[in-house]
Write a protein that binds this ligand. Structure first.
Ligand code: UDP
Length: 354
């Protein structure tokens, strides 16, 4: 029997962080060859290359160079360029992550070529039907053969949609990456010194979603909230996502009163989390990472897919008053979700050969 070939298709910052865990575990697996494809959705060095370097992700074999241009154009161009790569590589499976246009383009293109798709982070739902991420994740799930769910809630969401075949609760690969990076971050990162911060005497914020940045009113409300937190409590470090920088510029809003900086690398982010007193974010990944570091988090949104964070008292929505009583969360796993995912992929591919 030859090796199985898997094509992993990524393109956005959170996908590099998730794929890092699985890619590392795949390198130890003699049965599987992994080819990485980068769509180009995020292309700034501090949104892309830094993560490949720091998390030791092998260089992509194919770089598709697609970014910007609106959802339809971006997704369409990705599909157009993914198709010949799949025709050429002829993989046994395509592996996708999360809920971006890259996820959607890859899942649909592979499914239409009858290549089974494995979706890591399957089953998450915000229940906001018009939201870009929600559209991407629903469609990707329904095009996938292997639905790898980080939480019990995700499994239940799929069941409600009638999807039960190939559904598994694996734990969260972001926790794997967080465990991998924690000690390295404390050892190597000098971000606390560079930004002139003191341990436990600062707060950390990120903002990048369309709901927060697409209108002047929404962005002004979020920035006003962060500035108020900085005034009342402690400095707020704010690594600014390119989309947010562009929106602030366009709407004539500023970051005065915040410790604004360029997006930071993963190790710097891990170091900031290890020392922050509180987190404010509209990011799906960061709200969980706040819990990994046991930092309370205010979610700058009106809903979250990571409902267990709210139930267990580690996060609250910004317009809700109080945190619920705190308890631990074990469903994200023990830092070995990637190994579970690889075992399931192996079983799936084995089953197809019989
Ligand atoms: N992140 C980072 N540097 C930054 C901001 C975020 O390394 O300046 C990391 C963060 O720690 C998390 C991931 O990027 O692991 C979250 O990505 P993002 O907020 O872009 O997307 P989402 O999680 O909302 O899909």
């Amino acid at each position: 029997m030859g090796k199985w070939k898997i094509v992993t298709i990524v393109g956005a910052r959170p996908q590099f962080i998730k794929a890092a865990a699985v890619t590392r575990a795949l390198r130890d697996d003699q049965r599987i060859e992994e080819i990485i494809v980068h769509t180009g959705q995020h292309f700034d060095p501090n949104m892309s290359d830094t993560f490949f370097d720091e998390l030791m992700i092998p260089a992509p074999r194919h770089h598709l160079g697609v970014s910007g241009g609106g959802h339809g154009r971006m997704t369409g161009r990705m599909m157009e360029r993914i198709e010949p790569v799949l025709a050429d590589e002829r993989p046994d499976m395509v592996l996708v992550y999360g809920d971006t246009n890259t996820t959607l383009a890859a899942a649909v293109t592979a499914a239409k070529r009858h290549i089974p798709v494995a979706h890591v982070e399957a089953g998450l739902r915000s229940f906001r039907r018009g939201q870009a991420e929600e559209i991407n994740r629903r469609l990707a799930d329904h095009a996938s053969s292997l639905l790898l769910c980080p939480t019990a809630a995700a499994v239940a969401n799929l069941r409600r949609e009638g999807v039960t075949d190939g559904v598994h609760h694996t734990g969260d690969v972001m926790f794997d990456t967080s465990v991998y990076a924690r000690d390295r971050a404390v050892e190597r990162s000098r971000v606390i010194e560079r930004l002139g911060l003191e341990e436990d005497r600062f707060q950390l914020a990120t903002v990048h979603r369309a709901e927060s940045t697409d209108s002047r009113e929404a962005l002004a409300a979020v920035l006003g909230y962060l500035k108020e937190q900085a005034r009342q409590t402690a400095p707020v470090v704010f690594p600014v996502h390119p989309r947010t920088a562009q929106a602030a510029d366009h709407f004539g809003l500023d970051f005065n009163g915040l410790v604004a900086c360029e997006p930071v690398g993963y190790l710097d982010m891990a170091r900031l989390l290890s020392a922050a007193a509180a987190v404010f974010t509209d990011s799906g990944g960061l709200q969980k990472e706040a819990f990994f570091y046991r930092v309370p988090c205010v979610i700058l949104r009106d809903e979250t897919e990571w409902v267990e964070l709210i139930e267990a008292g580690w996060s609250r929505l910004w317009r809700c008053e109080n945190f619920k009583p705190r308890r631990d969360i074990d469903e994200y796993g023990d830092g070995h979700a990637a190994e579970i995912i690889i075992r399931l992929i192996g079983e799936f591919l084995d089953g197809r050969e019989e």
